[in-house]
Design a protein around this ligand. Sequence first.
Ligand SMILES: [Zn+2]
Length: 315
Amino acid sequence: MDHATSLSFAEKTQWLSITACPYCDSKAIASEAKLAARFYNFGNSRIPVPIGTGLVQCGECSLVYKTIIPGKGLLSKLTAATQASLWASNYDHAAEIEKIRSEVRGEFSVIDIGAAGGEFLNAMAPYAQRRSALDILHFERLNVSANGEFITGFLDSPNLIWSEYPYDVVTAFDIFEHLYDPKSALKNIAKLVKPGGLVVIETGDASAVRRTQNWYYMTLFEHHICWSPRSIARAAEDYGFEIISIENKYHKGLLTVPKATGRLKRLAYELSPRGYHFLQALGGFDGSTPLSPGLEDHLRVILKKSDPSRRRPPK
Ligand SMILES: [Zn+2]
């Protein structure tokens, strides 16, 4: 079913024009490109890309941002309409959990930003008793733990309402590309995590994505910005985080498809990106969004919040 056709005229026109860098407010431009896709595919919806949608790399902080993005109302409505099919995955998060456990000893508390159906929180059950979630809506299949909380809202909301009891670990997998206001998001994260606590972020890497056909990562309806090691490092410094590690990785979605299928997709994409897009469109799949084919085009970033009370190195 095509939900896009059920949108009212007002909803269809709920697009925002972005005229300065959403992170640093600079209007300086290092480079720019047109977004090649004509349609966004989101859940079951097919939404025309507004004419004139471009990609700009900020000349000041190097963040890449889209110049026309859907407003929060439009995004929320389509998310609610398609939640059953959105962001469900059987990915086990083993690599992420191992990283976290190597940095944090003993029992800890965790909040997952954009928890969707709670797949990551479920995987964390053996290690974290207090397991909480923040999301724009409470997915029907999500359960937070008995002593956890569910925070309804956008991470970049300027007035986030929550328990005010901070966490040892804050995770944000595939969230940072959705931000409208990265400054408010970082401000909120800095409050959500305890001094000395960890923030684990996974998001697209602009420096890897730009080498591919059509900036496919940005042809997603809900992807507004794209970070890089440089822009992340700047944000970490601005908000009082120390960088523990920044590494490239495959998108987690790619790791859940059968290996042979994944390899075939990557091969097809490497042979002919255009042909790959064409075949996907013919098959009725996300024509504009191949599943991160062939590239470690994501970043896994681990940050630690500075702890001013701890002058001596930990034992
Ligand atoms: Zn900037």
